[in-house]
Design a protein around this ligand. Structure first.
Ligand SMILES: C[S@@+](CC[C@H](N)C(=O)[O-])C[C@H]1O[C@@H](n2cnc3c(N)ncnc32)[C@H](O)[C@@H]1O
Ligand code: SF4
Length: 350
């Protein structure tokens, strides 16, 4: 057997902690930098136009490489995987990758984030392959606002069909990610909630974040979660619930009348870096320790040059052990600093 293919046993006590004593628990894997939408807050058309150079397929990690890295990350402490992008359902054969990842020891959960356009086609296949959970991004039910927020691609009915297909396939719980932008979709959010209340689908409102450098982010476009929660409370009283686990990003609330759960992801107004245990791998195999990172660590080079699992593990351990990132908490104090060249969201995934 090639030493590179040896499954390393999990050595208790060797999982690294970073400089703020945070373990590495979640791994987000971007399987595709391309997308079939052009949400202006993520991949604005003026940058991601027809001539934009996306990765070639040979530059993307193949499934065997993703599987191997995931296995080494498990040894470093990872227990949850999330497949993302770009749009992950554009990656041919994605269900095969999910099937392979379910075979990894110690993985408790595999989730997927998608814009839902292709979900009606793939939901059953994904469930059969072992996908545990799905998050579908949907910013509004208003067709005009939807077109504005998707860059003119797709439609509300396609995404709703995808959500329905996921429900029928037994992918549960289904979560909806809704990016909130003041003056763009915030007037449509109660309608969105009215649609999903009582269905078991959990809507999570995400404050518009300053990811990447190309989305013209401005604090004026952010609706703080507290303000939004007050608006919702005035219509349907809501009550806070404890976070499900340490490091969970969403603040959970329930409708007092039993209409189910909603969440708020408040990375701008109430940053939560203190418990952040998430690592990310871009589609071409760079390892990022923060969504707002300016630089990653290349894992594809060593992988393709024949590094052993032990060598890859040491590389990952070294990077994680030196990690001090807490961008969201420092954001306000950095506002006057020179522009950072933060990595784009489609490249490392949300
Ligand atoms: C980058 S997308 C990748 C997966 C898939 N294409 C999708 O849209 O679900 C992951 C998540 O990031 C969110 N996102 C993208 N840009 C954002 C921004 N500037 N602020 C907040 N959330 C953002 C999206 O709404 C989506 O829920
Ligand atoms: S948020 Fe998702 S769907 Fe929208 S452009 Fe980014 S990757 Fe594509």
């Amino acid at each position: 057997m090639d030493t590179r293919d040896k499954v390393i046993p999990l050595v208790q006590g060797r999982a690294p902690l970073d400089q703020l004593r945070r373990p590495i628990h979640d791994l987000r894997i971007s399987v595709m930098d391309r997308c079939n939408f052009r949400c202006p807050y993520c991949m604005p058309r003026e940058t991601f136009h027809e001539a934009y150079r996306f990765l070639r397929s040979s530059e993307r990690l193949d499934f065997a490489e993703i599987h191997r890295l995931a296995r080494v990350f498990v040894r470093a402490g990872v227990r949850k995987l999330r497949i993302t992008g770009g749009e992950p359902l554009l990656r041919p054969g994605l269900a095969d990758l999910i099937g392979d990842l379910t075979q990894l020891p110690d993985i408790e959960d595999i989730a997927l984030t998608t814009n839902g356009m292709l979900l009606a086609k793939y939901a059953t296949e994904l469930k059969a392959a072992g996908l545990s959970r799905i998050t579908v991004s949907l910013d509004t039910l208003d067709p005009e606002v939807f077109a504005k927020m998707s860059g003119g691609f797709g439609g509300v009915s396609d995404v709703l069909e995808g959500i329905e297909a996921a429900r029928r396939a037994g992918l549960a719980p289904i979560k909806i990610n809704t990016v909130v932008q003041r003056g763009v979709n915030d007037h449509t959010l109660l309608d969105l909630l009215a649609h999903f209340r009582g269905t078991g689908v959990i809507v999570r409102f995400i404050e518009y974040m300053d990811v990447g450098t190309r989305n013209h982010w401005s604090p004026a476009l952010v609706v703080p979660s507290r303000e939004l929660a007050a608006r919702i409370h005035a219509r349907w009283p809501i009550e806070p619930r404890d976070r499900g686990y340490r490091g969970e990003v969403a603040e959970r609330h329930v409708f007092a009348d039993g209409g189910g759960e909603i969440g708020f992801i408040s990375s701008v107004s109430q940053p939560f870096c203190g418990d952040c245990s998430r690592a990310r791998i871009s589609s071409d195999g760079s390892f990022y320790t923060c969504l707002f990172a300016t630089q990653g660590t290349d894992l594809r080079g060593p992988l393709r040059a024949g590094a052993t699992d032990e060598e890859l593990y040491e590389l990952i351990r070294g990077v994680w052990s030196g990690r001090r990132d807490r961008y969201s908490e420092l954001r306000a104090s950095m506002r006057d600093a020179p522009e950072l060249h933060k990595v784009e969201m489609n490249y490392i995934g949300g």
